[in-house]
Design a binder for this molecule. Structure first.
Ligand code: ZN
Length: 256
């Protein structure tokens, strides 16, 4: 019997899963590939080899369905969701690194997660866009939390201050800068909470907790629609469970 593989097929419409919501697990690719795509090896999943590729649009629509990668968090086992995210990041990297940035020569595959320029020898790895996210609380018992609505949120809810780390900046400096820029507030007692891959398209979210230290809220109108201090008994709609924002808010909410 040929060995079965897990296939992470991520196309224009999202991740392709069997109609019963399982990842395809077959010896051969379960659907045709886009002509420009290739198979990228991933770490083993549940003891089976695992490969990512871009499926062609003419896959069997009776057998497979496309699901949004974020929505797959609620559908797949957690480690399958994580592997789908890794697949999405590597396919994005593969799509966006055809030529050497130094000399313009076509890159060649080197290892599973690197390409090499045959002309000048430059090696290209996937890039991570690192971002911070922070739960700022105030009050003797952290009665209030700072929530904001970014203009790029995909729904009418409030989340946490977040932003990309700039070149030459520490994570701590980034957190303080983002809170100051977006809300005008100063913070103290910065503590690390947790991190999370954020494959939309190639991010790493680093989560912190902090206390309010001073200032009054002045929202950065170019980035935010609204924001303010909220208590546990008047929380607005908040981000879904897929996000580190939700874990940070839940951590505060459940600590009494
Ligand atoms: Zn080169």
């Amino acid at each position: 019997m040929p060995q079965k593989n897990y296939w992470l097929a991520i196309g224009r419409e999202g991740l392709l899963v069997e109609n019963d919501n399982r990842l395809p697990c077959t010896a051969e690719p379960p659907m045709p590939m886009q002509p420009s795509s290739r198979q990228i090896n991933l770490p083993d999943l549940d003891g089976k080899a695992c490969k990512a590729f871009r499926p062609a649009d003419n896959y069997d629509k009776k057998r497979f369905k496309a699901i949004d990668l974020r929505a797959s968090f609620d559908i797949l086992p957690h480690h399958h969701y994580n592997m789908a995210g890794k697949a999405a990041e590597l396919l994005y990297w593969d799509d966006n690194t055809h030529f050497c940035g130094r000399c313009g020569t076509a890159l060649e595959p080197h290892t599973d997660i690197s390409k090499r320029c045959p002309q000048c020898g430059k090696i290209v790895w996937p890039l991570l866009a690192t971002a911070i996210i922070v739960a700022v609380t105030r009050g003797d018992n952290d009665e209030e939390i700072l929530l904001v609505q970014s203009k790029n949120f995909r729904g009418d809810y409030l989340g946490l201050v977040a932003g990309f780390v700039e070149t030459g900046e520490t994570l701590e400096e980034c957190v303080k800068r983002e809170v100051k820029e977006e809300t005008g507030l100063d913070i103290c007692d910065l503590r690390y909470f947790a991190s999370q891959p954020w494959p939309y398209p190639c991010g790493l979210m680093v989560g912190f907790k902090a206390h309010y230290a001073g200032g009054t809220i002045t929202l950065q109108r170019s980035e935010l629609n609204k924001g303010g201090w909220y208590r546990r008994d008047n929380l607005p709609a908040i981000p879904g469970p897929v996000s580190l924002a939700r874990r940070l808010i839940d951590d505060w909410k459940n600590k009494l």
